[in-house]
Design a binder for this molecule. Structure first.
Ligand code: AMP
Ligand code: MN
Ligand code: MN
Ligand code: MN
Length: 285
């Protein structure tokens, strides 16, 4: 009863992963197959602002023998910064969710156009077409621009492309008008999902600002937070686990997988620390 995953064997859960429907490099089918190969038995597909990969992932999950959690990672503007809120277990046919994500897709299209204009002014032509090609027909996000910049030799790797051109504070950064926190939580609730604050340690908040965010998130109806997110130090995990308990938030675990060989692998994550209540605890197995 120690580790919060006491009902039988704890599932190998990875509740944060991207496909080609947003900025991942594997198709939903390939993502599900890879997760199964890595021993994941509970996988959430959580593309940025789209549920477009869920249907395909569901089919693949049946064949691969793992449980698929239909999810989405929603971009939120909050106090001058961008937060990511996961909706786990959402019904992709939910009307409020669909309408909300359609609005965000329009924000993404406009942001991509503005970003391309800024890159053009910085002497880099053709980035909109280049990023669109990287996105394989979907709406290009910053990762697609980053891949284009690397391919054209404007940056040595993705990290440098972000640092120089795309990250907040970089030369070509374009802020987006994303969803309000209340809106995003409302769409997730309407779609029957659980709302989970993604990678809380990545917002570069001070300790007290992070606590204010978690209190605001919970008071607005947020239900969980990622306690394990990709590669993070044991110190960060311990702090996040403590916060989850203190704020009464469910705990989630996700790799934020985007591509093989770069960044965290599917399912390769430590277990949730003692005392955390897993977000998947009440889900039917
Ligand atoms: P977008 O939603 O299009 O603004 O892109 C956000 C995505 O860009 C994140 O989910 C990451 O995949 C990626 N990203 C953001 N910041 C960085 C960074 N500094 N280095 C590498 N990738 C990043
Ligand atoms: Mn991403
Ligand atoms: Mn994110
Ligand atoms: Mn993500």
């Amino acid at each position: 009863m120690e580790n919060g995953e006491d009902s039988g064997r704890a599932p190998c859960a990875d509740l944060h992963a991207h496909s080609t429907c947003s900025d991942g490099v594997l198709s939903p089918t390939a993502l599900v197959r890879r997760a199964a190969e890595q021993g994941v038995d509970l996988l959430a597909i959580t593309d940025h602002d789209t549920t477009g990969g869920i249907a395909e992932a569901r089919e693949a999950a049946v064949a691969a023998g793992l449980r698929l959690v239909p999810g989405v990672e929603i971009s939120v503007s909050w106090q001058g910064q961008v937060l990511h809120v996961l909706g786990l277990g959402v019904d992709p046919a939910s009307r409020p969710l669909c309408e909300g994500l359609e609005a965000l897709a329009r924000v993404r299209v406009e942001r991509a156009e503005r970003l391309a204009r800024k890159l053009e002014q910085a002497g880099i032509a053709g980035s909109l077409a280049g990023a669109r090609a990287q996105a394989g027909g979907g709406v290009p996000g910053r990762n697609h621009f980053a891949r284009f910049l690397v391919e054209r030799g404007h940056a040595r790797d993705l990290r440098r492309a972000f640092k120089r051109y795309l990250a907040r504070g970089a030369s070509c950064y374009v802020p987006g008008q994303w969803a309000e926190l209340d809106e995003a939580l409302g769409w997730i609730a309407a779609a029957g999902g659980r709302s989970v604050l993604a990678h809380p340690a990545r917002y570069r908040l001070t300790g007290s600002a992070l606590k204010r965010l978690l209190a605001t998130f919970r008071d607005a109806g947020g239900e969980g937070m990622e306690v394990i997110s990709g590669p993070q130090t044991a110190d960060v995990t311990a702090t996040l686990a403590k916060h989850a308990r203190e704020f009464g938030l469910l705990a989630s675990r996700g790799s934020d997988f985007h591509e093989p060989g770069a960044g965290p692998e599917l399912g390769r994550l430590p277990p949730l620390p003692a005392g955390c209540t897993p977000v998947w605890r009440e889900w039917p197995s």
